[in-house]
Design a protein around this ligand. Structure first.
Ligand SMILES: [Cu+2]
Length: 571
C-alpha cells in the first residue's frame, strides 16, 4: 500500500480516506491448477490477461484467491485470471465456446454487443436459466461483425468480483488502420468488501461511499463567493429535491481500487513500443460502477472506433466512458514514457499504467482534478440554455416548494412539426431539441420528472470536463494546423463520433411503439440512469426502460423501488 506520489493537502481531500493505490504485485494468488493448464493451452501472454484464439475456446469459471490491497479475498475468475482471457476471434468464423462452472452457484457469460441467436446471449432469465454448478454450457455462434467488445458474467455480483474479459474480433478484410502495437487497456474496479454488503449499505444510505459531500468548508467558500443568501438557497434547492450535487457515483475509492488490465495503480501495467510505432489501444470500461476520464499527457488520442464500430478518426486529448463502453484510439509516441491516466468521474482516485520504450520506465502521474458540483443543467437537461435561462438561484426564487415542471412548461408547448425544421441544419444530432408537449398521462403522482427543454447534449463533454484549459486544469494546447488559433484541451463528445459509412438518415415516419429491455439504453445521453452500473442494475433502477417512439421523441420510463420517474429525450 505505497503512496509514491506527493499529494497536496487540499480542502476537498481532507474528509476522505486516502486513495488506495494497491499492492504493486497485487492480483491473483493461486498456483495454476491442472484443469486450468489444459484450458489455457495455446495461450500467449501478450497482455496481462492470457490471449485465446481460434474457433474452439474453453473457459472455466471458479473462485480464486486474490490480493489487491493487502488483504486476501475470493474473486470469481475465468481460467484463473483477472481480467479473464482476451479472446481474439475472426469475423466470419463459427466459434464454439465451452464454459464450465466450478462455482458453488449458477453463473453465466454475456457477450456484450455481439450479434447472435438469442439462445446464445447468456442473460439468465431471458434465454436460458444460466449455467448450474458443475455444468458445461456450449455457446455456438457465427461472428457477423468485427471490433473491440467484451464479455462478462450476468449473474449476481460475479462481474464485480472479476468476471470480465476483452473480446476482439478481427475484420475478415484486415484492419482499417495499420498498427505496430495493439494493446487491450481494460479498466475495472475492485472492492475488498463483499459486494452484497456494499450493496446493502447503498440501499440504506445511497451516498455512503460519497466522500465528496458538501462540507462546511464548501459552504463558507460559497458564502464568500456568492453571498450568504445565495449560498443558503443553493443548498435549500438540493435539499428540496432530495438530491445531492456530488452524486456522481454509487461507489468510490472509499471502497474501490481502480485497476488497469487487472493491475493496481502501484502495480503500473506497462505496454511497450518502439519509437515511431503506431500504437492501437483498445480501451474497455469493464468497471462495475466507475466512469473513467482517460488521457495520456503528451499524446494526442485519435479515436478510430466506438463500441466496436469504426468511426471517422477524430483527434482529442481526453475522453470519458462509462461501464460497458469501448473506444479504440491510435497514438504515436515519440518520448520514452507516458502515463495512461484514467481518473474516476467522481475524482476519488484513478487507474494508471504506462506506455514506454522499455519495462520499468515511468512518466509523471497527475493528481485527480478537484470534484465539481452538478448543476441543474446536469440534472435536468438544457434548462440553462436558450428559452428558459434559469440558473440554480432563480429557480428557487420562483417560490416552488418542490420541483414541479408543469409550472415551468406552461405556455411553452410546441408542436412536434418544429423538430422537422432542425433536420436541415448541419448536424441535427448536436442541436438541442425544442420544447416538448407532454401527453396528459405524463402528469400525476407516478411521474416525478419531465424535461421540458430536452437536449441531446451530445456536444457537452460533461461535468468535470468543461473548459479544462481555461480553468487551468490542462495545458493550453497546441496551435491547430489550419488556423493560428491556439486550441485548448479537447475532450471527445458524442457529437464528434461519425459513422465511417456516413450519417444514418432514415426519415420514414414512426409506425409503432416499442417496449424493450435494453442492456445499455442510450449510452451517455441518459447519463444519470447509468444502465450498466451493477448496483443500479441490482436496484432495478434501469431494469425495464420502456421506449416509446413519438415523432422525434422517445419516452423512457424508469422504475425502481420507491422512485418512479419518466424522462423525455429527443430521439
Ligand atoms: Cu454488458
Amino acid at each position: 500500500m505505497t503512496h509514491g506520489f506527493p499529494r497536496p493537502k487540499q480542502p476537498w481531500q481532507l474528509s476522505r480516506r486516502r486513495f488506495v493505490q494497491g499492492l504493486a504485485a497485487g492480483g491473483v494468488l493461486a498456483a495454476t491448477p491442472s484443469w486450468l493448464q489444459a484450458a489455457a493451452k495455446g495461450a500467449t501472454a501478450l497482455d496481462s490477461a492470457p490471449v485465446l484464439s481460434g474457433r474452439e475456446i474453453d473457459l472455466v469459471i471458479a473462485e480464486t484467491p486474490v490480493n489487491f490491497t493487502g488483504v486476501t479475498r475470493m474473486a470469481t475468475t475465468i481460467n484463473g485470471s483477472i481480467p479473464a482471457p482476451t479472446l481474439r476471434l475472426r469475423e466470419g468464423d463459427d466459434v464454439t465456446i465451452r464454459v464450465t462452472n466450478r462455482l458453488p452457484v449458477a453463473t453465466s457469460i454475456h457477450w456484450h454487443g455481439i450479434l447472435l441467436p438469442y439462445q446464445m446471449d447468456g442473460v439468465p432469465g431471458i434465454s436460458y436459466p444460466g449455467i448450474s454448478p458443475g455444468e458445461t454450457f456450449v455457446y455456438r455462434f457465427t461472428l457477423r461483425q468485427s471490433g473491440t467488445y467484451w464479455y462478462h458474467s450476468h449473474s449476481g455480483f460475479q462481474e464485480m468480483t472479476g468476471m470480465y474479459g476483452a473480446l476482439i474480433i478481427e475484420p475478415r478484410a484486415g484492419e482499417r488502420h495499420r498498427a505496430d502495437q495493439d494493446y487491450v487497456v481494460q479498466l475495472s474496479d475492485w472492492t475488498d468488501e463483499d459486494p452484497m454488503r456494499a450493496f446493502s449499505k447503498l440501499k440504506v444510505q445511497s451516498d455512503v461511499y460519497n466522500f465528496n459531500q458538501p462540507t462546511f468548508f464548501d459552504f463558507t467558500a460559497d458564502v464568500s463567493k456568492l453571498g450568504l443568501q445565495a449560498a443558503l438557497e443553493k443548498r435549500q434547492m438540493w435539499n428540496q429535491m432530495r438530491m445531492n450535487p456530488t452524486d456522481l457515483a454509487d461507489l468510490s475509492a472509499a471502497t474501490l481500487t481502480f485497476l488497469m488490465n487487472g493491475t493496481t495503480p502501484a502495480g503500473n501495467w506497462s505496454g511497450l513500443f518502439q519509437r515511431g510505432d503506431r500504437v492501437r489501444l483498445r480501451f474497455i470500461n469493464a468497471a462495475s460502477n466507475s466512469f473513467y476520464d482517460v488521457r495520456i499527457p503528451g499524446l494526442k488520442l485519435t479515436v478510430i472506433q466506438a463500441d466496436g464500430q469504426d468511426v471517422e478518426p477524430v483527434t482529442v486529448d481526453e475522453f470519458r466512458f462509462g461501464p460497458g463502453e469501448t473506444y479504440d484510439v491510435m497514438v504515436e509516441p515519440q518520448d520514452d514514457a507516458y502515463t495512461i491516466f484514467a481518473q474516476s468521474m467522481e475524482r476519488s482516485g484513478y487507474a494508471r499504467g504506462t506506455l514506454a520504450v522499455q519495462q520499468g520506465l515511468i512518466a509523471p502521474v497527475p493528481e485527480p482534478d478537484p470534484p465539481e458540483w452538478l448543476t441543474m443543467k446536469d440534472m435536468m437537461g438544457a434548462m440553462g440554455g436558450g428559452a428558459m435561462g434559469h440558473d440554480m438561484m432563480k429557480m428557487d426564487s420562483m417560490g416552488q416548494t418542490k420541483m414541479d415542471h408543469s409550472q415551468m412548461s406552461g405556455g411553452m408547448a410546441m408542436d412536434h412539426s418544429m423538430h422537422g425544421m432542425q433536420q436541415g441544419s448541419e448536424n441535427p444530432l448536436a442541436k438541442p431539441s425544442s420544447t416538448i408537449r407532454h401527453a396528459r398521462t405524463e402528469y400525476g403522482a407516478s411521474v416525478d420528472q419531465r424535461v421540458d427543454t430536452p437536449s441531446t447534449n451530445l456536444d457537452d463533454p460533461g461535468i468535470g470536463l468543461r473548459n479544462l484549459s481555461q480553468r487551468g486544469l490542462r495545458p493550453q494546447g497546441h496551435r491547430v494546423q489550419r488556423g493560428l488559433r491556439p486550441q485548448g484541451h479537447r475532450v471527445l463528445t458524442l457529437a464528434d463520433l461519425k459513422s465511417i459509412d456516413g450519417v444514418l438518415d432514415d426519415r420514414r415516419p414512426p409506425a409503432r411503439e416499442i417496449g424493450a429491455k435494453m442492456d445499455r439504453p442510450f449510452g451517455k445521453p441518459v447519463h444519470h440512469c447509468r444502465a450498466h452500473l451493477i448496483t443500479r442494475r441490482q436496484l432495478n433502477l434501469m431494469a425495464l426502460p420502456i421506449i416509446k417512439a413519438d415523432g422525434f421523441d422517445i419516452i423512457i420510463t424508469v422504475q425502481g423501488p420507491g422512485k418512479a420517474g419518466r424522462t423525455v429525450l429527443p430521439a
